[in-house]
Ligand binder design. Structure first.
Ligand code: FFO
Ligand code: ATP
Length: 229
C-alpha cells in the first residue's frame, strides 16, 4: 500500500493488534488446546513440512498463542534440525535462531522475556549452531503472529523481529525459507467482523509496510491457505 504513510500504518497495526490480542487473551485454555492440536495435525501433514530438514519453530508464550509443543517434539523425533528464537537483548529488534539438539535440551530451556523459553548461547559448553551463519540452512520458518488475512499478510507483536530476520537471512544469499504461520480460527472470524466495521478503500485487512514479508502457508484449524512461489 504505497499511499499509506508509515505513521498511519503504525496506528492501524497497533489498533488491530490491540483488538485481536484482547480476543486471544480471552480464549480459555481448553479451547486453545483444541485449536492447537487441530492446527498441529495440519502442519505435520503438510508435504513441505514432511520434506524439510531444517525448521525454525517458536516456543509459545504461556498465554494467547497456539501451543507449538507437539510440532516441536515431532521436529526433533523425526530427525529434522530444530532452531528456536533467541532475542538479542543488545541489538534493537534483532533475534537469532539457535539450534536445540534433543528433548532433554528442550525441556531444560529457561523462560526469558514474556515467559518465552529461550536457549542460552552455549549447550554443554559448546556454542550452539546459529541458523544465520552458513553452512546452516533453514528450509522452513514457523512464524508466530497475531493476525493474518487472505492476501497472506501477517501482523506480529510489533517489534519487527521476524521481518528483520527474514531480510537478514536472505541477504546472506541463501534461498528464502518457506514461511508458515498458524492461527486459531476464531481470531480470523473476529478479524473479518472487524474488517467490515472498518472497511475503507483498502483491500488489506492486515496493513502491510515495505518491510513486511508475506507468508507462503497459513494454517488454521479449519483450512490451509497456500500461495505458489
Ligand atoms: N512464542 C514467541 N516467541 C517469540 C516471538 C513471538 O511472537 N512468540 N517473537 C516474535 O517476534 C519474538 C519475541 N517478540 C515479542 C515481541 C513482543 C511481545 C509482546 O508481548 N509485546 C507487547 C505486547 C504486544 C501484544 O499485545 O501483542 C509487550 O511488550 O507487552 C512478545 C514477543 C521472538 N520469540
Ligand atoms: N527489515 C526491517 N528493517 C528495518 N526495520 C524493520 C524491518 N522490519 C520491520 N522493521 C520495523 O520494525 C517495527 C515493527 O514492525 P512491524 O509492526 O511490522 O512488526 P511485526 O511484524 O508486527 O512484529 P514481529 O515481526 O516482531 O512479529 C516497525 O517500525 C518496522 O518499520
Amino acid at each position: 500500500m504505497l499511499s499509506t504513510t508509515s505513521s498511519t500504518l503504525k496506528t492501524q497495526k497497533k489498533a488491530l493488534r490491540k483488538a485481536v490480542s484482547s480476543v486471544l487473551r480471552s480464549l480459555g485454555s481448553a479451547y486453545i488446546r483444541e485449536q492447537s492440536s487441530a492446527v498441529a495435525a495440519k502442519v505435520l501433514s503438510l508435504s513441505s513440512f514432511r520434506q524439510c530438514k531444517s525448521v525454525s519453530c517458536y516456543l509459545n508464550m504461556p498465554m494467547g498463542e497456539l501451543d507449538t509443543s507437539s510440532i516441536v517434539k515431532e521436529i526433533l523425533s523425526s530427525g529434522k534440525t530444530l532452531f528456536v528464537p533467541k532475542i538479542d537483548v543488545g541489538t534493537e529488534g534483532k533475534m537469532d535462531f539457535l539450534q536445540v539438539y534433543d528433548q532433554e535440551d528442550l525441556q531444560l530451556l529457561p523462560a526469558g522475556m514474556w515467559g518465552i523459553r529461550e536457549p542460552g548461547m552455549e549447550y554443554n559448553g559448546v556454542k550452539r549452531t546459529n541458523a544465520l551463519e552458513p553452512p546452516s540452512e533453514l528450509d522452513m520458518i514457523l512464524v508466530p503472529g497475531v493476525a493474518f488475512d487472505r492476501s497472506m499478510a501477517r501482523l506480529g507483536h510489533g517489534k519487527g523481529y521476524y521481518d528483520r530476520y527474514i531480510t537478514s537471512y536472505i541477504a546472506t544469499g541463501r534461498p528464502r525459507p518457506l514461511l508458515v504461520t498458524f492461527f486459531a480460527c476464531i481470531v480470523a472470524l473476529a478479524l473479518r467482523e472487524q474488517l467490515m466495521d472498518n472497511a475503507t478503500s483498502t483491500n488489506y485487512l492486515v496493513p502491510m509496510g515495505e518491510h513486511d514479508w508475506k507468508m507462503d502457508i497459513i494454517v488454521t484449524p479449519d483450512e490451509v491457505l497456500h500461495v505458489e512461489r
